[in-house]
Design a protein around this ligand. Sequence first.
Ligand SMILES: CC(C)(COP(=O)(O)OP(=O)(O)OC[C@H]1O[C@@H](n2cnc3c(N)ncnc32)[C@H](O)[C@@H]1OP(=O)(O)O)[C@@H](O)C(=O)NCCC(=O)NCCS
Length: 176
Amino acid sequence: MLEGKNVNLRVMEEEDLPLVAEWANNPEFGGEYEPLEQISCKEVEKWYDSLGSRERWFIVEKKDGSKIGQIFHSPRGPHFLIGYRLLPSERNKGYCTEAVKIMVDYLFLSGNTVRIQAETSPRNIASQKVLEKAGFKKEGLIRRSIFVRGNWEDGFLYSILREEWKEPKILTKTTS
Ligand SMILES: CC(C)(COP(=O)(O)OP(=O)(O)OC[C@H]1O[C@@H](n2cnc3c(N)ncnc32)[C@H](O)[C@@H]1OP(=O)(O)O)[C@@H](O)C(=O)NCCC(=O)NCCS
């Protein structure tokens, strides 16, 4: 468990899969800038079994244990990509910014990675603010990189380098 001030990141376990499927099938959870998908519980189980050690999904939990969203890291060559989604009722409370800061601390503390990146729609202002508040810098536009609701859309590429991350900022402790 990665513990922050207001949220914790807990590694996704098999028992979370029904909730993960429910979230994946709820278009409001992904929001208007994410690809639309519908997935069966069986497919979610297969996907879960196929995850390698460098792709890890976490459940974002509040301090009372309530599950409010997901954040993941996956490999991009020797580096990492991160992504995140929160329940609509829990947005705009600073939780995702904190979850991203915890993830950045974790990735730089746990391995020798030098770069963490994220991609977001130029229309997704909330996501851009999250990344900028967590210390990411905008690198540029990736043209026609994602298919969203019937259209190929451009994305912004953001990254944070190890030398831009000074010290653990928010990860307060880890527990098993
Ligand atoms: C993107 C997302 C994860 C942000 O989570 P969050 O917990 O609401 O983020 P935070 O509260 O930490 O910060 C959001 C910031 O964006 C701002 N914001 C939120 N909605 C906004 C909007 N529609 N326009 C402009 N700013 C907005 C907030 O005011 C806040 O900025 P501030 O701290 O300067 O006030 C959440 O909106 C979400 O789950 N969206 C759907 C999935 C998604 O788009 N994921 C990202 C894919 S790249």
